[in-house]
Design a protein around this ligand. Sequence first.
Ligand SMILES: Cc1cc2nc3c(=O)[nH]c(=O)nc-3n(C[C@H](O)[C@H](O)[C@H](O)COP(=O)(O)OP(=O)(O)OC[C@H]3O[C@@H](n4cnc5c(N)ncnc54)[C@H](O)[C@@H]3O)c2cc1C
Length: 379
Amino acid sequence: MGGSITATTAAETLRLEGFDGAITILSQESRAPYTRVPLSKGALAGREDVDDITLPLPSDDIELRPGVRAESLDLSRRIVWTEQGPVPWDGLVIATGARARRLAPELNEFVVREHADCLRLQEASTDADSILVVGGGFLGMEIASTLRELGKSVTVVDREPPLQRLLGETVAARIRQVAADRGVQFHIAPDGVTLFGDQATPPRGVQTAAGRTLEADVVISAAGDVPNVDWLARSGLRYTDSGLRVDSRGRVRPDVVAAGDVAACPAPGGGHARIPSWTNAIDQARVAARALIRGDAAPRYDPSYYFWTEQFGLDIKVSGALVSDTELQVNDGWTADANPALLIWGEADAPLRVLGWNHKLRPAQLKRMTRRSPRVMST
Ligand SMILES: Cc1cc2nc3c(=O)[nH]c(=O)nc-3n(C[C@H](O)[C@H](O)[C@H](O)COP(=O)(O)OP(=O)(O)OC[C@H]3O[C@@H](n4cnc5c(N)ncnc54)[C@H](O)[C@@H]3O)c2cc1C
């Protein structure tokens, strides 16, 4: 269920596990699966087109049904209901991901989640001079970077200093400095902003709670994502705004698993949390598909928390969950202007988090470094 990287990886894993029954992927998008990663980077810049971002189906014995949205789920009869009719199943992989959080849906604001969003923003920004990005997380900063590279005047507005919550103050401040050196402006509005404009046309700007108005030719919301769980409303499955809860093997129940941006898995130290990143989608999909076949004999999920971001000419790779900057102990080559550099939070022989700043270490090497550290996982 869902036509993106989690669904295709789960389908591939089911085949690798020896499952030889029918596999059907239902996707509400009308086109073949594709990677979203370039939508804020090369695709937005016009360097990558639709062929470059398309994800191949793992094998030709997997049926993809594009343009078919799951409307509801009947667990007792094992049926997914769609507008085109019922789809029966013996095992179900929920991989419906997430959608962009909209701050002003009535204004038809710009967001970047689907390929169509990327094309719409590209078109709108072609003749624009000024761009306002609301939200300074990875997505907002990548969009800011790409549009700045295209010569636009870019302002990022957020409640808190961009990237701070995700990367810690030390690294975030340095990335903001690189962005500022390239001409990006930042505006911190601690009490948030309201988008304004005319009904059904894109917003013209934002107003801060303090009464300041910022206007731009194009206003983009990059204010997080919302898991696609609405279609499960009457299924009896437990979910919240924070996603669909799964166990340490990605199971919701023995015949239903979930993975990727929609799934909230056991978090270190207790509770459940989503890990909305590309690597997590792949790794979690593999675990969940195995659990569907092997049950308790399948391995548990041990997330690497690996992700990367490319912005302002920087290649940032991170492995390990976020830890406080007070744990930043080892700074291999880190000075205010060191480039490349490797940062380690925790002890050198058991790092909690490792960050490569334009560093040549490969993702697998970074992941291995944090694998050595102890983890507390609840089931
Ligand atoms: C612009 C952008 C840039 C990114 N860059 C990075 C990056 O640099 N590094 C990184 O680690 N991660 C990045 N990510 C995150 C990464 O792309 C996601 O974590 C990943 O796409 C999650 O995959 P998924 O398959 O779980 O969900 P999604 O990609 O959201 O796919 C879910 C699929 O399910 C379909 N669907 C939803 N509801 C239904 C329904 N009811 N019926 C049928 N189908 C349905 C959707 O249409 C979609 O096709 C980026 C994301 C975006 C949007």
